[in-house]
Each structure stands twice: as C-alpha cells, then as structure tokens.
Write a protein that binds this ligand. Structure first.
Ligand SMILES: Nc1ncnc2c1ncn2[C@@H]1O[C@H](COP(=O)(O)OP(=O)(O)OP(=O)(O)O)[C@@H](O)[C@H]1O
Length: 228
C-alpha cells in the first residue's frame, strides 16, 4: 500500500442475513482514498453509503475482503482494540449532531478526550476551547446544545469529532438538516480541515457541492459506478 493512502478497501463484500436470505449491501468494492483529501460518498437511499462508512470506522466488519486505515488492517482487530483505535483515529459527524443535551458545548467536546485520555487532564479544557474557536463558536462554549442554531450545533459536533486529533473525519449527511448557506459554511470548514491534512469523507446527497470534492465514490446498489 502506498504511504499516502489513508483508507483502502480491497474486494470488500458486506452481506446481511435477512429473513428472506442473504443480502449484499456492498459487492466486491475496491476503494483507495488518499490522505488529506475531501471525498464524497454519493448514491441513492439503500445504495450502501452508511454501510461503507461503518466499515471505514470499524463499526462493522466486511464479510469478504480487507479494510485498511493508515496501514492498519482494521478488519482483523478485536472489538476492544477497535474501540481504542476508533477513538484516536476517526472522528464521526452525524446529520442530527447527536450532542448530549444535558452537557454544555464545552463538556461535549471534552468527553472524547476524557474517554480516550489522549491529552493530560490539565490540557483538555484549553484544547476544547481552541477547537471551538477553530470551528467559529468559541463564544458558545458554556451554553447547552438547545441554545444553539443547527449550524452552530454541527460546528460543535465537528469540534467534538476533532477532540482527539484523528487523522480521519467521517460525516454522514452532515448538512442534511441545514439550510444551504449554513451548509456552505460547514463544507468550507471540511475543506479547510482537508487542506490542513485531515482525510474528510462525507456522505452527501447535495449535488451543488459536488465540485468541492477532490474525489467522489458513487455507489449504485452496493457497487461503485464512478470513482473520480
Ligand atoms: N444491519 C443490517 N441488516 C440488514 N440489512 C441492512 C443492515 N444495514 C444495512 N442494510 C441494508 O443494506 C442496504 C444498504 O444500506 P445503507 O444504510 O448502507 O444505505 P444508504 O445508502 O446509507 O441509505 P440511506 O441514504 O437511506 O441512508 C439497504 O438495503 C439496507 O436495508
């Protein structure tokens, strides 16, 4: 594998067992994502986009084939090793933000650092505040998520995803719940993160942002129809 490939799936098939029999959500796909790129995953509902993200984040294992992230064969890791690996290597951003509602924005960003112990305790608050500044909501740190707009909540979720300085950021329809101006600001943030060296993989239906991506993985019925 080349040094600059962040994510590599080779001949990956993912099958699920349904009452009606086995079902292939992904069939023999091979994908190579270079480090530091902003990459889109597109396709209709049910085409396998979330399944692909779940393989990249190690939430699921392939039925066949290999999944390597930064040179590590994650399909061979134990669940315990995967949990630790995931916390340090992949930040995840969701469509509905999934911030903990009873914690402040600052506390939400501190959680992954407390969980993984990636930074000494006395450095964590400063780092969380810096991340909130970086995503443009430094002044919202002490508020509860419900006091923020959707766009601000997504920025907070991005800061939380960056807490442990993961090389890879994965986002599943991160702007699906935002207006187009706010969505543009979120994509600008992803672009800046990719320029700074993060590999950013985004599931998106929004065609108007197609030109922002350096690479698009287009899925149809669990197969790759275009890999530009
Ligand atoms: N755990 C599972 N058990 C059974 N079938 C599953 C499971 N996860 C996904 N599937 C099936 O695999 C196919 C791909 O699902 P996936 O969620 O990856 O699609 P998607 O492209 O992300 O769709 P959407 O845009 O609607 O989120 C679908 O037919 C889905 O029903």
């Amino acid at each position: 594998m080349q040094d600059n490939i962040a994510v590599e799936l080779v001949s990956v098939t993912k099958s699920f067992t349904l009452a009606s029999g086995p079902f292939r959500a992904l069939t023999a796909i091979t994908v190579r994502i270079p480090a530091g790129q902003l990459v889109a995953v597109t396709g209709k509902s049910g085409s396998g986009k979330s399944t692909l993200l779940n393989l990249i984040t190690g939430i699921d294992k392939p039925s066949e084939g290999s999944v390597s992230v930064n040179g590590i064969r994650i399909d061979r890791l134990s669940e315990r090793a995967l949990a630790s690996w995931r916390g340090r290597t992949v930040g995840v951003v969701f469509q509905f933000f999934q911030l903990l509602p009873t914690l402040t924005i600052l506390e939400n960003v501190l959680l992954p650092m407390d969980f993984c112990q990636t930074y000494p305790r006395h450095e964590r608050k400063q780092r969380a505040l810096q991340l909130l500044e970086q995503v443009g909501i430094g002044d919202q740190a002490n508020k509860l998520p419900s006091a923020l707009s959707g766009g601000q909540q997504q920025r907070a979720a991005i800061a939380r995803a960056l807490a442990n300085d993961p090389p890879i950021l994965v986002a599943d329809e991160p702007t699906g719940n935002l207006d187009s101006q706010t969505a543009t600001a979120i994509f600008q943030l992803f672009q800046a993160l990719a320029l700074a060296g993060k590999t950013v993989i985004v599931v998106t239906h929004e065609k108007e942002f197609a030109t922002w991506f350096e690479h698009t993985i287009a899925l149809t019925d669990g197969a790759i129809m275009g890999d530009q």
